[in-house]
Ligand binder design. Structure first.
Ligand SMILES: Cc1cc2nc3c(=O)[nH]c(=O)nc-3n(C[C@H](O)[C@H](O)[C@H](O)COP(=O)(O)O)c2cc1C
Length: 597
C-alpha cells in the first residue's frame, strides 16, 4: 500500500499490478486519446500511457483514477471507506478533563499527523529544465482537445496554487485551463471557488495575483486539489495531502513566483493574472455533467515560466457523460468528509452522491431519526455546508437503508415518501455548471423525505410499489419502462408544455397504480436507471420542473427532464449533450489492434 513519490513511481506501481498499458504508436491529442480513454474508463480498463503524441514533446498519462479500486490505490488505502476511518480517528478527540491529562490524551493522535507539515527542499526534479519568457510554448505539451465542440485544448488535471493576498493562506484547486496561445490560458475558477476569491482580493488591493500550476506529482496531491476543503486557518491542500500520505510533501519555491510548488511534480507553469485585464472567452467545454458548458468570461493566466523534469510526463483526464474518473475522486471526497459531517449532524449514518447525479444533482442521506421533521433538519444542515450547497435533489432514508447504489436507495425512499406531503421545494445557490436552473448559479432544490413517517408526520400509509409490463400507447412516447414505484418515459418533444400534457394522460391510466415518481426525458435518452436519472436530474430546476400530479392511486411526483423552450420560462442557452465525432470512433475502431489494448 504505497505512498508514491511522484507520478512516475505511481505509473510503475500500476504497471506492476497490470493496470497500465503503454501505447507506443503515435496518436493525436485531438479527440483520438479521448475516444480511447473513454472506452477504457467505461469498461474498467487500465490507465494508459501514450508514449508518442503527434507533434508534441511529451507523453500523456490518463486514467490515473479510472476505477474505484485504482483511486483507493492512488490514495494509499485498500478501499475508499478507509478514508473515513482515517479521518474519524483524527477527529476522535478525548482529551480528558484538562491540565496535563488532557494533553496526554492527545498524544496518541500525533502519529496520525506525521506527514501533515510539508518539507522544504532546495533542489527539485520539477526544476531540472527551466524555460522563461519567449522560451515558453504551451503547444509543445500534449494538451488534449477532449470533445468535438470544445473551444480548444484544455489542461484538465492542473493543480492551481495561489496565495490569499490579504491573509497569506495558500490554496490548491483544480480548475481547468483552456490554452489561448503559446503563453496564456483561461483560468476557469468558478464563482464560488477559492482561487477566484484570491483574485477578487488582489483586485481590491490593486495587485496582480501570482499563480503557479503544477501537473503531476504524488496522485494524492492531485486528488487533494479537488477536495472541498473547508477554510481552516493555516491548513491547505498541501497539508491534506501530507496527512493522507503519512509523509510530508516536498515543496520548493517557484523560480519566478513567490509560491511553493511540489518538488516532485512533472511540470510547473508559473505566471500571473492581472485583475485589470479584460476577461477572455472560455469554452465551450464538454463538461463532467455530460453536456457542453457554453462560452463564458474568465480571466487570462499569463505563463512567464515553465519548469519541468527532463523526462516529464503530462497527466490528463477526460470528463463527459458519466461514469468518468471524476466520479471516483468525488467518492473519495464523500468518504473523507463523512466524519466531519457527522460531527455537525450526528444523526447522519451515511451519504452518497451517485455518479449519475454528477455530484451536485443528487445526494442520498441515511439518518437515525428520533423526532418528526428530522430528515428536513439534516437536509437543511447539509445545504449549509461548503460545496454541499450545490445539491439539487436530496433523498433522505432511514439509517438501516444503504445509500448506494443510488437507484436502490431511491426505490426504498419512494416506499415511504408520499409526493406532496413528503416532498419540499426550496431555492438556493446552484453549481455554475448547472444548465437548467432558473438563473446562472441560482435555482430550485427538492427534498424527498423517504424516511418512515412518525404519526406527527402523517404516519405510514398503505402503498405497494409496482411495475407494469404493458404500458399505455401515446403517439409521442418513444420508449417507456417501469421499475417498482418509478415510471420512466422518453418522448419526442416538439411543443412547450407537451411533457405536462403527456404526464396528465399517462397518470389517468391504470398503469399509474403503484407509481410515485414519473420521469420524463427526451427521445434520445436510454431508459436505464443510470441514464434516465442522469438526464432528468441535469435537466430540471425543481421549482419549475417538479410537480405533484394525481395518479389513479394517489399523488405522483413528476419530473419534467425534457429540453426546455423559452415559452416555458427558460431564457438561458440549452446545451448540447456530449457525443464523439463518428469519424473519430471509426478511426479508433480501425486502429484498435495497433494500440495493443
Ligand atoms: C477533473 C476535475 C475538473 C474540475 N474543473 C473545475 C473547473 O474547471 N472549475 C472549478 O471551479 N472547479 C473545477 N473542479 C472542481 C474543483 O476542483 C473543486 O470544487 C475543488 O474543491 C475546488 O477547490 P477550492 O475549494 O480550493 O476552490 C474540477 C474537479 C475535477 C475533479
Amino acid at each position: 500500500m504505497g505512498v508514491f513519490r511522484n507520478l512516475e513511481a505511481y505509473l510503475q506501481a500500476l504497471e506492476r499490478r497490470g493496470e497500465l498499458k503503454r501505447i507506443r504508436v503515435p496518436v493525436s491529442s485531438e479527440l483520438e486519446i479521448t475516444e480511447i480513454a473513454d472506452r477504457m474508463v467505461k469498461t474498467g480498463g487500465p490507465a494508459l500511457l501514450f508514449e508518442t503524441v503527434v507533434g508534441k514533446d511529451f507523453p500523456v498519462a490518463i486514467g490515473l483514477f479510472g476505477t474505484r479500486e485504482r483511486t483507493a490505490f492512488a490514495l494509499g488505502v485498500r478501499d475508499l471507506d478507509e478514508l473515513s476511518e482515517k479521518v474519524a480517528r483524527l477527529l476522535e478527540l478525548k482529551p480528558g478533563r484538562g491540565g496535563i491529562s488532557a494533553l496526554m490524551g492527545l498524544l496518541p493522535k500525533l502519529p496520525l499527523l506525521r506527514g501533515f507539515f510539508p518539507r522544504w527542499v532546495g533542489r527539485a526534479p520539477v526544476q531540472e529544465v527551466i524555460l522563461k519568457g519567449e522560451a515558453v510554448d504551451l503547444f509543445r505539451l500534449p494538451i488534449l482537445k477532449c470533445w468535438p465542440l470544445d473551444g480548444g485544448p484544455f489542461l484538465t488535471l492542473p493543480l492551481v496554487i495561489t496565495k490569499d493576498p490579504e491573509t497569506g493562506e495558500l490554496n490548491v484547486g483544480m480548475y481547468r485551463m483552456q490554452v489561448l496561445d503559446k503563453r496564456s490560458t483561461a483560468m476557469h475558477w468558478q464563482l464560488h471557488k477559492v482561487g477566484r476569491q484570491h483574485l477578487e482580493k488582489a483586485r481590491k488591493l490593486g495587485k496582480k495575483l501570482e499563480v503557479a500550476v503544477a501537473l503531476g506529482g504524488d496522485p494524492i496531491l492531485t486528488y487533494a486539489a479537488t477536495a472541498p476543503l473547508p477554510p481552516l486557518p493555516g491548513v491547505s491542500e498541501f497539508h491534506l495531502a501530507g496527512f493522507l500520505r503519512g509523509a510530508p510533501l516536498e515543496l520548493t519555491r517557484g523560480v519566478t513566483v513567490d509560491l511553493p510548488v511540489p518538488a516532485e511534480a512533472e511540470f510547473v507553469l508559473e505566471g500571473y493574472i492581472d485583475p485589470e485585464e479584460p476577461l477572455v472567452e472560455e469554452g465551450p467545454f464538454g463538461d463532467h455533467t455530460g453536456f457542453y458548458t457554453p462560452v463564458d468570461l474568465y480571466p487570462r493566466f499569463h505563463v512567464t515560466a515553465i519548469t519541468h523534469r527532463k523526462r516529464a510526463i503530462y497527466p490528463a483526464t477526460i470528463v463527459g457523460v458519466p461514469p468518468m474518473e471524476d466520479a471516483y475522486l468525488i467518492e473519495a471526497s464523500e468518504r473523507l468528509f463523512l466524519p466531519p459531517l457527522r460531527l455537525i449532524l450526528p444523526e447522519v449514518v451515511d451519504y452518497h452522491m451517485p455518479p449519475e447525479g454528477v455530484a451536485h444533482n443528487w445526494v442520498n442521506v441515511a439518518l437515525r431519526k428520533a423526532y418528526p421533521g428530522q430528515a428536513y433538519k439534516v437536509a437543511y444542515g447539509m445545504l449549509g455546508l461548503g460545496q454541499m450547497m450545490f445539491a439539487k435533489v436530496i433523498v433522505a432514508v432511514d439509517g438501516d437503508v444503504p445509500v448506494k447504489p443510488g437507484f436502490q436507495a431511491l426505490l426504498e425512499a419512494l416506499k415511504h415518501a408520499l409526493p406532496g406531503r413528503d416532498t419540499l421545494l426550496l431555492r438556493g445557490p446552484m453549481d455554475v455548471l448547472d444548465h437548467s436552473s432558473r438563473g446562472f448559479a441560482f435555482g430550485g432544490k427538492l427534498i424527498l423525505d423517504g424516511t418512515r413517517k412518525l404519526p406527527e408526520e402523517g404516519g405510514e400509509g398503505p402503498f405497494t410499489p409496482r411495475a407494469h409490463q404493458e404500458l399505455p400507447h401515446e403517439p409521442e412516447v418513444v420508449a417507456q419502462r417501469q421499475w417498482p414505484g418509478i415510471w420512466g418515459v422518453a418522448l419526442r418533444k416538439e411543443r412547450p408544455g407537451q411533457a405536462w400534457a403527456l404526464a396528465e394522460r399517462l397518470l389517468k391510466a391504470p398503469q399509474s397504480t403503484g407509481i410515485r415518481l414519473l420521469l420524463l426525458a427526451d427521445h434520445d435518452v436510454l431508459l436505464t436507471p443510470e441514464e434516465v436519472l442522469w438526464a432528468v436530474l441535469n435537466n430540471i430546476d425543481p421549482e419549475r420542473d417538479a410537480r405533484v400530479m394525481p395518479g389513479v392511486e394517489g399523488p405522483v411526483l413528476v419530473l419534467d427532464g425534457t429540453r426546455k423552450f423559452s415559452e416555458e420560462g427558460f431564457d438561458r442557452v440549452w446545451p448540447e449533450r456530449i457525443r464523439m465525432d463518428p469519424r473519430i470512433k471509426a478511426l479508433v475502431d480501425s486502429r484498435w489492434e495497433e494500440y495493443g489494448l
